[in-house]
Write a new protein. Structure first.
Length: 165
C-alpha cells in the first residue's frame, strides 16, 4: 500500500521531533522505500519464475550433457578405429618386411638355380656340339670315328658338299 507523503510528514511534525523540511525528506524516503519494497505475492511470483527458469536451465544442461556424451562416445569410437588401423598397419608392415625377405631369399635361390642350370647346359653343349659335328661329319667314316684324333676334322668344311662313297 502506497505511503501518503503529506500525511506522513504531518505526523512526523506533530511531536515536534522533526522540522518541516526533515519530515518531508523522511516521508519522501519512506515513499521511495515503499515503491522499492515487494509484497509477498511479488516474492511468490518471483520464486515461481526462478523455479521455472531453473527447471529450463536444468533441462538445457541435460541436453548439453547428452550431446557431449554422444560426441565423446563418437570420438572414442574414432580413436578405437584409428588404434585398430595402426595395429593393422603395423601388422601389414611386419608381413611386408617378412615377405620382402622371403622374396629376396627366393630370388637369390632362383638366381643360383638358373646360373647352375645355365652352367650345366653350357657344359652339356660344350660336349654335345663337338660330338654332333664329329658324328654327323660325312667326311669321317665309321672306322675313323672309332679312333679319336683332332686331325680328323681338318678335311671338314662347312662349305664343302658331303663326299659320296
Amino acid at each position: 500500500m502506497p505511503i501518503d507523503t503529506l500525511k506522513s510528514a504531518h505526523r512526523l511534525q506533530e511531536d515536534e521531533l522533526f522540522s518541516p523540511e526533515q519530515a518531508e525528506r523522511i516521508a519522501e524516503i519512506l515513499s521511495d522505500l515503499d515503491v522499492a519494497s515487494a509484497t509477498k505475492e511479488d516474492l511468490d511470483a518471483l520464486g515461481d519464475r526462478l523455479t521455472s527458469r531453473l527447471d529450463h536451465l536444468g533441462n538445457r544442461i541435460d541436453e548439453v550433457e547428452e550431446r557431449l556424451s554422444d560426441r565423446i562416445d563418437e570420438t572414442n569410437g574414432r580413436i578405437d578405429r584409428l588404434d585398430e588401423k595402426m595395429v593393422t598397419k603395423e601388422e601389414l608392415e611386419t608381413v611386408k618386411s617378412e615377405l620382402s625377405q622371403q622374396i629376396e631369399e627366393n630370388q637369390s635361390e632362383t638366381i643360383r638355380t638358373a646360373v647352375g642350370a645355365v652352367a650345366a647346359v653350357g657344359a652339356v653343349l660344350a660336349v654335345e656340339i663337338p660330338l654332333a659335328f664329329y658324328l654327323d661329319n660325312p667326311c669321317v667314316s665309321r672306322k675313323q670315328r672309332s679312333v679319336r684324333s683332332p686331325r680328323r676334322y681338318s678335311n671338314f668344311s662347312w662349305n664343302s658338299p658331303p663326299r659320296s662313297k
